[in-house]
Design a protein around this ligand. Structure first.
Ligand code: FAD
Ligand code: NAP
Length: 311
């Protein structure tokens, strides 16, 4: 029986692992379907995590030292996808991919979110062959070539900036004429000569052939226009990864809001005793690494307090 099962190895889950084990819990396992690190490993940079101010480091490099520190105090890691969490009596049963189960006294769910698709023609067909959601992973393939970016949030503009240092031209296509991204990021992008903002524009289609993408058709204020680009980066937000909290009938085992975000209080407690949620998947998450880490610490301290109360 685990003292605590942590599901998800992003900043929230890793921090929960650090705090539970350093706080004295002996039997804590973090279940992560891939390598720990979370979404930020897709980012080309991070400049708003206090104490870390190195523009030359990618999100992947930033998370390297987290793993070393978070596993130092005895946290175990299983590279397994969790299918489902269920409360059976006082304890939890965690069902892993393949059907095996693990019992735990408490659970911290920190499964974050995944990039959304925008839904235009050709997006799925060319995904991985010219359409991407990761500039750090795929930007280099377009070195010296023009690319397009879809979206007007922080991710779209930061990744457009990253791409502008690799690609010849970067065309940012956004459906409105104002941006959701931080004003400082918008200013920085506007100052970059090879970034071109195309506003009030909606992508109709990405087209190409066997070799990949040849271009993008978009509609700007009623007129269809084309951009000849071999790469299109889509940054239109994220979906909440909440499927582990659904029972066999598809109902959530704890309270969630209309968008599927888990409802927690300031202690990261869900509506189910012993079940905590942390990071980007919870209501009103600032969706920042520093906030996800804070959530993980808060949840871990509450796990320790909860187990002490039960003893
Ligand atoms: P995540 O980082 O999403 O981690 C969740 C983990 O759970 C993932 O590793 C996933 O594989 C795992 N998982 C999911 N489902 C399962 C399952 N069923 N079983 C097992 N494991 C599972 N924030 C900043 O503060 N500054 C920035 O500069 C910044 N830049 C960003 C740039 C990009 C491109 C992106 C995408 C995000 C950026 N963010 C930034 C936001 C930041 O990355 C997130 O807020 C943060 O990673 C959230 O942490 P998390 O632990 O809640 O979730
Ligand atoms: P986001 O803030 O939700 O922005 C998504 C963008 O995509 C919006 O501009 C939206 O347009 C557009 N969009 C959505 N659906 C679309 C569609 N179907 N077709 C075309 N455009 C579409 O998502 P994000 O940029 O990924 O950021 C997610 C969170 O992470 C945010 O809270 C953000 O602040 C945070 N983040 C922070 C940093 C940082 O602090 N440095 C970096 C990256 C991310 P509208 O604006 O018209 O809705």
């Amino acid at each position: 029986m685990l003292d605590c099962a942590i599901i998800g190895g992003g900043p929230a889950g890793l921090t929960a692992g650090l705090y539970t084990t350093r706080g004295g819990l002996k039997n804590v396992t973090l279940f992560e379907l891939g390598l720990p690190g979370g979404q930020i490993t897709q980012s080309s940079e991070i400049e708003n995590y206090p104490g870390f101010f190195d523009h030359t480091k990618t999100g992947m490099q930033f998370m390297d030292s987290w793993q070393e520190q978070c596993f130092h105090f005895g946290l175990k890691h299983e590279m397994k996808k969790v299918e489902r969490v269920a409360k059976t009596g006082e304890h939890f049963t965690i069902t892993l991919e393949g059907g095996s189960t693990v019992e735990a006294k408490t659970v911290v769910v920190a499964t974050g979110s995944t990039p959304k698709r925008a839904g235009f023609k050709g997006e799925d067909e060319f995904f991985g062959r010219g359409v991407s959601t990761c500039a750090t992973c795929d930007g280099f393939f377009y070195k010296g070539k023009p690319v397009a970016v879809l979206g007007g949030g922080d991710t779209a503009l930061e990744e457009a900036f990253y791409l502008s240092n690799i690609c010849s031209e970067v065309y940012v296509i956004h459906r409105r004429d104002s941006f959701r991204a931080a004003p400082s990021t918008v200013d920085r992008v506007k100052r970059k000569d090879n970034i071109h903002l195309i506003t009030n524009a909606v992508i109709e289609e990405v087209y190409g052939g066997v070799m990949g993408v040849d271009g993008v058709k978009y509609n700007q204020e009623g007129e269809t226009k084309e951009l000849a680009v071999p790469g299109l980066f889509v940054f239109v937000g994220h979906n909440v990864n909440n499927s582990v909290l659904k029972d066999e009938n598809g109902s959530f085992i704890c309270d969630v809001n209309d968008w599927g975000e888990v409802i927690v209080n300031l202690s990261m407690k869900t509506s189910v005793e012993g079940l905590f949620a942390a990071g980007d998947m919870r209501i009103e998450a600032p969706k920042q690494v520093v906030a996800a880490a804070g959530d993980g610490a808060t949840a871990a301290l509450q796990v320790i307090a909860y187990l002490q109360e039960q003893a």
